[in-house]
Ligand binder design. Structure first.
Ligand code: AMP
Length: 202
């Protein structure tokens, strides 16, 4: 199954996608993670976009995504998170694949800002936590590797505002293209997952 999860920052897309990926046995493809996994010169270029809260150019993003789709673990499908973010990307996606189902996870801007305020990640292994919703055992240390926890540059206030603006201006309008299922993301992680699974009929 090729599934697309759409929602604003901090809607819990990544968390839900991870849980679903385990359940369905298909990979979770997050375009943000794909970009952060790049190394060397290209990573420096990517960071200049991410840090300022801007989108990486469509064509370059598509190239990285296409390469990921070509890997063998995508044969049975995937859960895509973070792409498309604008009309151009939606058209590009239509050209390279056919998505079976689209799920929108909806939360208010107020809730997004509240949650993003608590978002931290490990400076060593990049594992993400939320001091409000998914706290690490020790608030200063990564559960996985013991590394220090920091606020990602793109989770700082100016970048958050810019990203929510891009979501409302560019991403939300593409929802009309899809016959989607809308889920209330302001519920517990378990309840949101339950509603997604129910809507998929799996
Ligand atoms: P995320 O982890 O989804 O919040 O993405 C972090 C950052 O990666 C975004 O603010 C963008 O700068 C970049 N990014 C992620 N997905 C895309 C995309 N589909 N197109 C362009 N840039 C992206």
């Amino acid at each position: 199954m090729k599934l697309l999860l759409i929602g604003p920052q901090a809607s819990g897309k990544g968390t839900q996608a991870k849980l679903l990926a385990e359940k369905l046995g298909v990979p979770h493809i997050s375009t943000g993670d794909l970009l952060r996994a790049q190394t060397g010169e290209i990573r420096k270029e990517i960071d200049s976009y991410i840090v300022s809260g801007n989108l990486y150019p469509n064509e370059k993003m598509l190239k990285i995504l296409k390469e990921r789709f070509e890997r063998e673990d995508c044969n049975e499908g995937y859960i895509l998170d973070g792409f498309p973010r604008n009309l151009k990307q939606a058209e590009m996606l239509d050209e390279i694949t056919k998505i079976d189902k689209v799920i929108e996870i909806d939360i208010s801007d107020e809730e997004a800002v509240r949650r993003l305020g608590g978002r931290v990640s490990c400076e060593n292994c990049d594992e993400g936590y939320n001091l409000v919703t998914i706290p690490p055992k020790d608030p200063d240390k990564c559960d996985k590797c013991g590394g220090g926890l920091v606020i990602r540059d793109d989770d700082k206030e100016d970048a958050i505002r810019k990203r929510l603006g891009i979501y409302h201006g560019d991403t939300e309008p593409i929802l009309a293209r899809y016959g989607l299922v809308k889920i209330n993301g302001e519920q517990s992680i378990e309840k949101v997952q339950e509603e997604i699974v129910e809507s998929l009929g799996v």
